[in-house]
Design a protein around this ligand. Structure first.
Ligand code: ATP
Ligand code: MG
Length: 628
C-alpha cells in the first residue's frame, strides 16, 4: 500500500484512478460514468451520472449484516437519560420521520430547517431528509431569533423541525419561542412546524401550522418510505459557517462526493471500524457534527454517540466515563472543550478504563502546545490535530494513520489529506512558496469530493468570495495563513485577517498567542493587531489567567505582564511583543468557541464591532472595552 505522501500525490495526479477506486466504498444505485467533471472550474461535479442516497448508505445498507447492533446511542446528562437505537430501530425511526415529512409535501430538493437540541429526533430528521432527497439545513440550537431568521430567509424551508426546549448545564433553554419570534422577523413563511415536545417548556401551538412530533410519529409508525436515488451532485444539505469573520455563508454540499469522502476519512484518518464506537463532542449544528456525529460513523457502520450535556457535568470525568462505558475507539473533540477540562482535577483522566480508545482527534481552532501536551500526557493516547472548514466538510490537513503511521509534531495538523491540492501561496504574487515560508493556504481546484459545491443560491458569490482572493490565479483561499516545514509538516498560523504588520514585520497573531500561552499562569489569550500611527499596527494581547485570584493588585498584574512580554521577546523577538497585555475573565467567542478577533480589533480601535449575532457572551466584549 502507498504511504501518505504517495497516496496524496496519486489522488491529485491520477484523480480518476484514485477516486474511482475509493468510490467503491459506498453503494451506488446507478453507477457513475465519469469520476469528475472539471469543465466548469472552479465548479466541479464528482461521480457524474451516479445515483446514490446518504440515508441508504448510513442506515439501510447496514440493516442486513447485524440489525441488532447499536447504531445511535443518546446520552443526556441534562435530563439524565440514555437510549440505544439499533440499526433496525434507527431505520424504523427514520422511516417514520420521512413519512411525516412526506405527508407535509416534502420531496426532492425541498428544504427542511432543523432547529433542535442534541436529541435523537434531530438525527432522524437529518437522515429522513436525505432519504427523501430533501435538503436539510441544521441551525445550531444556541442561536437566537435573529440568526435563525437570517437562515430561514436564505434557505426558505418548506417545513421546520424543532423542539420545545433544550437544556444546558441544567438550565432549560427554550427553542420554540425563539423560533416563533424568528418566523415573525422573516420575510418567508413556512408550511408546517413539527415540534418534539420534551415537556421542558410550556408553549401554545400555533394552530394550522404547528404539529406534534409524537402524534405524527404514532400516525406514521411502521411505514416504509422508499429511498429517493439522487444525482451524485444533488445538494444534501446547506450549512452556514460559524460567522467568525463576518456574515455566515450558506455552504452547499453534494451527495455522492460527500459519502465517498466521509467513507475514506473514516478509514484513512479516523481508523474507525464497523461495529466500533465513535464519540464526537461537537454539536449537530456544526460541520463536525454533520460529518462525524451523524454521517461519517453511520456510513462506516459504527455506533455513534449523541451527547447532550457539557464536559463537566456531573463532573469533569463524564467524557471519559462514556469512553469506558461504550468502549469508544475514536473520539473527536475541540481544543475549547479540552481547555475547559484543564481546569478540572487531572485525576479524572485516570479514573476510567480508556483501553478501547485509539486516539483523540481535535479540530476547530488552533490546538496550542500546552493543551495538547496536557491532554496527551493525561490520556497516554495519540492526539491528532486536524484542520478543516465548514466549506470542506472533512479534513484538509491531518495525520492519516489508516494509511501510514508517522510521528506527529505538536502544534501541527501534519500533512495534506489526499484529494486536497493544498499550497502555501504568496499573498502578493499568488506564487507557490517553499518550506519554511509563510503564506496563505490555498487549494488548487477542483476541490475534492464532499467539499462545498457552491454557496446556496449564489454561484457568483462562491467564485468571488473563495476563488478571487489570491492574485494571478484561480485557487480556493482558506483565508488561513500557514507554512510547512522541511519535514513536510504543516502549521496554521492564524486567519489571513489576523496577520499583523508591525513596522514592516509580518506576524501571525497565532504565533504571538502561542508565546503568551506558554506562560504557566495563562489559560488562554487573544492577540490582535491594532492600528498605530507610528508602527502601522501593534499587537494587543488579552489573557485569561488560570488562577486570577493570584493577580488582583495592579503591581501583581504589571509584574506578570512584564514576565509574559519577556517570554515573547525570547521566543519571537521584541517586534512581536504586545504593546500591552490585559487580563480578562473570558474572551469574546462565537457560539462554536472561536475567538472573535475582528470584534476585539474594532473595540480597540474605537469602531463599531459590527455583526455580533454569533457571539456567545456579549459581556466579554464589554470587559475588553473597559480594560482599554
Ligand atoms: P466564518 O468563515 O463564517 O468566518 P469560521 O471560519 O469560524 O467562520 P468554520 O468553518 O467553523 O467557520 O471554521 C473553520 C476555521 O477554523 C478554519 O478556517 C481555521 O481558521 C479554524 N480551524 C479549524 N481547525 C483548525 C485547526 N486544527 N488548527 C487551526 N485552526 C483551525
Ligand atoms: Mg471560515
Amino acid at each position: 500500500m502507498l504511504g501518505v505522501k504517495a497516496s496524496h500525490a496519486q489522488s491529485i495526479e491520477n484523480r480518476e484512478v484514485f477516486w474511482g477506486q475509493e468510490a467503491k466504498r459506498v453503494h451506488w444505485h446507478t453507477p457513475f460514468s465519469q469520476v469528475v467533471d472539471v469543465s466548469r472550474l472552479p465548479f466541479a461535479s464528482w461521480f457524474v451520472g451516479g445515483k446514490t442516497n446518504l440515508c441508504f448508505n448510513a442506515v439501510d445498507r447496514w440493516l442486513e449484516s447485524d440489525p441488532d447492533q447499536a447504531a445511535l446511542v443518546w446520552v443526556s446528562t441534562e435530563v439524565n437519560e440514555q437510549r440505544t437505537y439499533t440499526r433496525k430501530t434507527l431505520w424504523q425511526e427514520v422511516n417514520a420521520v420521512a413519512a411525516m415529512l412526506q405527508a407535509q409535501g416534502v420531496g426532492m430538493g425541498d428544504r427542511v430547517l432543523i432547529y433542535m437540541p442534541m436529541i435523537p429526533s434531530a438525527v432522524f430528521a437529518m437522515l429522513a431528509c436525505a432519504r427523501l432527497g430533501a435538503i436539510h439545513s441544521v441551525v445550531f440550537g444556541g442561536f437566537a431569533s435573529v440568526n435563525l431568521a437570517q437562515r430561514i430567509d436564505d434557505a426558505q424551508p418548506k417545513v421546520i423541525v424543532t423542539s420545545d426546549a433544550g437544556s444546558r448545564a441544567g438550565k432549560v433553554t427554550p427553542y420554540k419561542p425563539l423560533l416563533d419570534r424568528a418566523l415573525e422577523l422573516c420575510a418567508s413563511s413556512v408550511q408546517a412546524v413539527i415540534v418534539e415536545n420534551r415537556g421542558l417548556y410550556a408553549f401554545e401551538p400555533v394552530s394550522g401550522r404547528d404539529l406534534d412530533y409524537a402524534d405524527l410519529r404514532e400516525q406514521h409508525w411502521g411505514q416504509e418510505v422508499a429511498v429517493q436515488w439522487v444525482e451524485s451532485s444533488a445538494p444534501s444539505y446547506i450549512l452556514y459557517t460559524s460567522g467568525t469573520t463576518g456574515k455566515p455563508k450558506g455552504v452547499q454540499r453534494d451527495t455522492g462526493g460527500y459519502a465517498v469522502a466521509l467513507a475514506t476519512s473514516m478509514d484513512y484518518v479516523f481508523q474507525g471500524k464497523a461495529g466500533e464506537t465513535f464519540l464526537c463532542t461537537s454539536d449537530i449544528g456544526w460541520v463536525v457534527g454533520h460529518s462525524y456525529i451523524v454521517y461519517g460513523p453511520l456510513i462506516a457502520g459504527m455506533t455513534t454517540i449523541l451527547y447532550e450535556g457539557t464536559p463537566v457535568r456531573p463532573d469533569g470525568g463524564i467524557l471519559w466515563k462514556l469512553v469506558e462505558q461504550y468502549k469508544v475507539s475514536v473520539m473527536f473533540s475541540a481544543p475549547t472543550a479540552i481547555r475547559v477540562l484543564k481546569k478540572q482535577d487531572p485525576e479524572l483522566l485516570k479514573k476510567y478504563d480508556l483501553s478501547s480508545l485509539r486516539a483523540l482527534y481535535m479540530a476547530g481552532e488552533p490546538l496550542d502546545e500546552p493543551t495538547a501536551n496536557w491532554i496527551s500526557q493525561g490520556l497516554g493516547k495519540p492526539i491528532i490535530d486536524n484542520y478543516w472548514q465548514t466549506e470542506t466538510g472533512w479534513p484538509i490537513l491531518a495525520a492519516q494513520p489508516g494509511i501510514e503511521a508517522l510521528p506527529t509534531k505538536f502544534g501541527s495538523p501534519s500533512f495534506p489529506v489526499y484529494g486536497f491540492d493544498v499550497r502555501v501561496v504568496d499573498e502578493q504574487t499568488g506564487e507557490d512558496l517553499g518550506a519554511g515560508q509563510k503564506g496563505v493556504l490555498a487549494i488548487v481546484p477542483p476541490l475534492p469530493p464532499g467539499a462545498m459545491s457552491t454557496i446556496w443560491g449564489d454561484d457568483e458569490r462562491f467564485v468571488s468570495t473563495y476563488f478571487s482572493a489570491v492574485p494571478n490565479r484561480q485557487v480556493y483561499s482558506t483565508f488561513d495563513w500557514g507554512l510547512f516545514d522541511e519535514d513536510g509538516y504543516w502549521f496554521i498560523l492564524g486567519r489571513t485577517d489576523d496577520v499583523i504588520n508591525v513596522a514592516g514585520h509580518r506576524l501571525g497573531t497565532r504565533e504571538i498567542e502561542e508565546s503568551v500561552n506558554a506562560h504557566a499562569s495563562v489559560a488562554e489569550s487573544a492577540v490582535v493587531g491594532v492600528a498605530d500611527a507610528l508602527k502601522g499596527q501593534v499587537a494587543a494581547a488579552f489573557a485569561v489567567l488560570k488562577q486570577p485570584e493570584r493577580y488582583t493588585t495592579i503591581e501583581q498584574q504589571r509584574a506578570l505582564e512584564v514576565e509574559i512580554m519577556a517570554l515573547v521577546d525570547q521566543q519571537l523577538g521584541a517586534v512581536a511583543r504586545p504593546a500591552r497585555i490585559r487580563f480578562v475573565n473570558a474572551l469574546p467567542k462565537t457560539r462554536s468557541g472561536k475567538v472573535l478577533r475582528r470584534a476585539i480589533v474594532a473595540v480597540c480601535e474605537g469602531r463599531d464591532p459590527g455583526d455580533l449575532t454569533t457571539i456567545e457572551d456579549p459581556s466579554t466584549l464589554e470587559q475588553i472595552r473597559e480594560s482599554i
